[in-house]
Design a protein around this ligand. Structure first.
Ligand code: HEM
Length: 271
């Protein structure tokens, strides 16, 4: 199977679309728009000028959610879209445009990243058979294994921030207003924080990495992503005892800010 196409993409996309209230049959067009946006936001390393493509992706998502939200405003349901339309804080409510923006953010942030956690994680675990054997023998290690996959090769290697005040940084100062690109992937391999950082070790003490960033913008969906990864790894290892990589050099997407595989061919013996 191609693990990305057949499981790592459809599962998180179905979960987040379901939570939001988008019908499952709309996943295909949503994926097309979202991929166009990802190619741009992910910071493509190829030379294509994909700004126009990303704009059509955004326009598609905006139209799509505007239509769905009009329906929810008339007939609310038990989903996140209806909840956001009703949400009120100290008399303040979200405008329709704000709800549309949040829907796009949640949908986008909620599937591509988790797809890549599943793909990168399984790729590295299967590439380290001794680690996979530990997990098969003791599923209670799964929680730590997911954290280790996030640390070792997380789906969001870097982000972009603007300094709100002057920050002394070693022998220089990051000035207020400067744009900064913190590389979480690099911090996650810092030998002062993680002994032997280039070794994948599912028994490593969990949760000190910064794969979900840190502070006020810490990932809203971290616990959902962790849960999905635990369920998938547990199920895959339990149901497919002889599972292995069908190619040791799969293709990575040509992006900087999003790290994930184009495809992950897997094979296992017939029972
Ligand atoms: C393994 C999967 C995921 C990874 C590695 C990840 C990573 C991140 C990172 C690094 C940030 C901070 C970005 C920044 O400050 O520049 C972030 C923010 C965010 N994430 Fe995730 N994410 C994942 C899954 C999800 C899921 C499943 C959802 C939604 C259900 C989600 C929703 C969000 C939202 C809404 C923000 C913005 C939070 C804010 O600015 O206050 N993420 N994520």
């Amino acid at each position: 199977m191609d693990f990305i196409r057949e499981l790592a993409f459809p599962l998180p996309a179905t979960v987040i679309a379901g939570l939001m209230g988008a019908p499952e049959e709309d996943l295909e067009p949503i994926k097309t728009w979202s991929d166009r946006l990802a190619a741009y936001l992910g910071g493509a390393v190829d030379e294509r000028d994909n700004f126009a493509e990303a704009s059509t992706g955004i326009a598609g998502l905006v139209d799509y959610f505007r239509t769905l939200l009009r329906e929810r405003a008339r007939r609310p349901r038990d989903d996140l879209m209806s909840l956001m339309l009703r949400a009120e804080h100290e008399g303040d409510r979200l405008t329709h445009d704000e709800v549309v923006a949040n829907c796009i953010l949640l949908l986008f942030a909620g599937h591509e990243t988790t797809t890549n956690l599943l793909g990168n994680g399984l790729f590295h675990l299967l590439g380290h058979p001794a680690q996979t054997a530990l997990l098969r023998a003791d599923p209670s290690l799964l929680h730590g294994a997911v954290e280790e996959c996030l640390r070792y090769d997380g789906p969001v290697p870097a982000t972009v921030k603007v300094a709100t005040e002057d920050v002394p940084w070693h022998d220089r100062t990051i000035r207020r207003g400067d744009m900064v690109m913190p590389f979480m992937a690099s911090a996650n391999r810092d030998p002062r924080q993680f002994p032997d950082p280039d070794t994948l070790d599912v028994r490593r003490p969990a949760e000190r990495h910064v794969a979900f960033a840190w502070g006020i913008h810490f990932c809203l969906g971290a616990w959902l992503a962790r849960l999905e990864a635990r369920v998938v790894l547990d199920t895959v290892f339990r149901r497919l005892p002889g599972l292995g990589l069908a190619s040791s050099e799969p293709r990575w997407k040509p992006m900087i800010f999003l790290r994930g595989l184009e495809a992950l061919p897997l094979s296992w013996p017939r029972p």
